[in-house]
Design a protein around this ligand. Structure first.
Ligand code: FAD
Length: 384
């Protein structure tokens, strides 16, 4: 784990080549004109990168979540941060291959793997926020059909997705208690509406509030069985955190690479600005913190890929935390290194800072990770 396998290193090199073929200008061009990175997505899918973590028996590459994280990181490091990797392949394809019925795997996995199908993921609700025990979206079974009612908010990619994997609650057949279950909801289902949330982010990715009003779904819209909802969530959320961490360290590497180049060439006294320790040391600190976050991300991926869903939870949280913090600090340092150019549209670093800032908030906030570590790792009392 400390040194990546030759296969993983070769995968990184190949993905980096693809990322650089499109590059930062392509990504920013799409972001600033309301476009989507569809060509890159399809090519990544056709090259096997989006299904690299899915077992070969289901048509994937037979690797692990560490490989998908490498794909996500290398594309971001090459200037193309594709947040959809965190959702469609990392959460949705994982949950479907691990828990779906044979029919569901046949129906959805080929498209999710080659990129022809995109799934969004919806758990967040306006009133529940970080408290997932308060989720109010409910699914009821009526005459062999599921009926979904509820609201979701900040759901990314709904405008480019074919379907949304929605977390709802169902009543347990014996106890009547509500428990989570996951449903595939096509975006054109009657009763399903989306409303754009204007955001101060420069990215092709858009966020939406979802309104689910009596959405009728066939029985097989429920992923697997309604007894496995919680296990499905755990199985999907660790890959989400691990790939979100990789997304952040990729952003950080891109910013640091450019800052180091700038520090070597920009000269306002007799030496390049990188010769001043006030510029060099913060870049060195940022690099160290990014490397530490990458190491924790690899540990979390290795634990997850060894089949330890529970054990991976702590490391996946720590990886997401440290990668978010390292990325924010690295991009901030890159901005300072660039002087006024750090805030210019041409250099595009300020918008990267907002992208990294997102990782401190989502998919789970910094504070909820600190709560998790305080309670579960350190055994401190719960404060809420
Ligand atoms: C750009 C973007 C994209 C997103 N995409 C998706 C998506 O695709 N799908 C999806 O389901 N969700 C998505 N989200 C939602 C995201 O996961 C939530 O915003 C996040 O989990 C925080 O929830 P909240 O916004 O309701 O904040 P709140 O829960 O209202 O929290 C507000 C603040 O209070 C803190 N806080 C809350 N409870 C505690 C506590 N007990 N102790 C200490 N501090 C606490 C939080 O850490 C936070 O700082 C996205 C969000 C953003 C911004």
């Amino acid at each position: 784990m400390m040194v990546e396998s030759e296969e993983r290193q070769a995968l990184r090199a190949a993905v980096r080549k693809l990322g650089l073929k499109y590059g930062r200008e392509y990504y920013l061009g799409k972001a600033r004109t309301g476009g989507k990175t569809t060509e890159l997505w399809r090519e990544a899918g056709q090259l096997g990168y989006l299904g690299v973590h899915i077992p070969e028996e289901f048509g994937g590459g037979g690797g692990g979540i560490g490989d998908l994280a490498a794909v996500c990181e290398e594309l971001a490091a090459a200037g193309c941060p594709l947040g959809l990797i965190v959702v469609s392949p990392a959460i949705c394809a994982t949950v479907i291959y691990r828990f779906g019925t044979d029919d569901q795997r046949k129906k959805w996995l080929p498209g999710l793997i080659d990129g022809a199908l995109k799934f969004a993921f919806a758990i967040t609700e306006p009133e529940a926020g970080s408290n997932s025990h308060r989720l109010k979206t409910v699914a009821t079974l009526e005459g062999g059909e599921w009926i979904l009612d509820g609201r979701k908010t900040f759901i990314s990619f709904v405008d480019e997705a074919d379907a949304v994997l929605v977390v709802a609650r169902t009543a347990d057949a014996t106890t009547g208690k509500l428990k989570p279950a996951l449903f595939v909801v096509p975006v054109d289902a009657p009763g399903f509406e989306k409303q754009l949330i204007p955001m101060e982010l420069v990215a092709p990715d858009k966020q939406f509030t979802l309104f689910l009003d009596g959405v009728r779904l066939p029985a097989d819209a429920l992923v697997g069985s309604d007894d496995a909802g919680l296990a499905q969530l755990f199985a999907g959320l660790n890959p989400e955190r691990i790939t979100a961490a990789a997304f952040a360290t990729g952003l950080a590497r891109q910013a640091l690479e450019r800052a180091v180049d700038y520090a070597k060439t920009r000269q306002v006294w007799d030496v390049p600005i990188g010769a001043h320790q006030a510029i060099a040391h913060p870049l060195a600190v940022a690099h160290i913190n990014v490397e530490l976050a990458r190491l924790m991300t690899q540990k979390a991926a290795a634990l997850y890929d060894s089949g330890d869903d529970f054990g991976a939870g702590e490391s996946a949280n720590m990886a997401k935390y440290s990668a978010g913090e390292a990325a924010i600090a690295a991009i901030d340092t890159a901005i300072q290194t660039h002087g006024g150019n750090g805030l210019s549209t041409e250099y595009g670093l300020a918008s990267m800072l907002a992208g990294a800032r997102l990782i401190r908030l989502a998919p789970v906030s910094r504070e909820m990770i600190l709560n998790f570590v305080a309670q579960n790792t350190l055994g401190l009392p719960k404060s809420y």
